[in-house]
Design a protein around this ligand. Sequence first.
Ligand code: SF4
Length: 125
Amino acid sequence: MIDKDRPSSWVPFRASLCRGCNADCCAMLLEVTIGDLVRLGVCSQDEAQGSHKKLFKRLRREKIAMSYREGTGLFMLQSKSNGDCQFLNSTTRLCTVYEKRPDVCRKFPSIGPRPTYCPASRQRA
Ligand code: SF4
């Protein structure tokens, strides 16, 4: 049985798996770059060029980001209480910011916990 938290249970990715899937790949922790935050429209170019620590404080206050790692410059986005990405539509299981989605989402599953494998569970009833 496929378990999104157990990559050893994932299956080799093929595009047809995406049709009707539960978007479990959108229910994993999501780290994004400052460029992703600008594209998503949650920070301005000016903020991006300023202090990232200060920016993180605002993003945390607004429940957009939950952590920031200075070493990598990556921001961990805040998830919904059920673990879904904040940009995932809970009913349709579709991304609401698809055209502006972070690079890591564009590259999945080429990168991720188990490259080229997918947690392809079916859509919830
Ligand atoms: S931004 Fe979109 S594609 Fe990326 S995890 Fe969130 S819902 Fe999924």
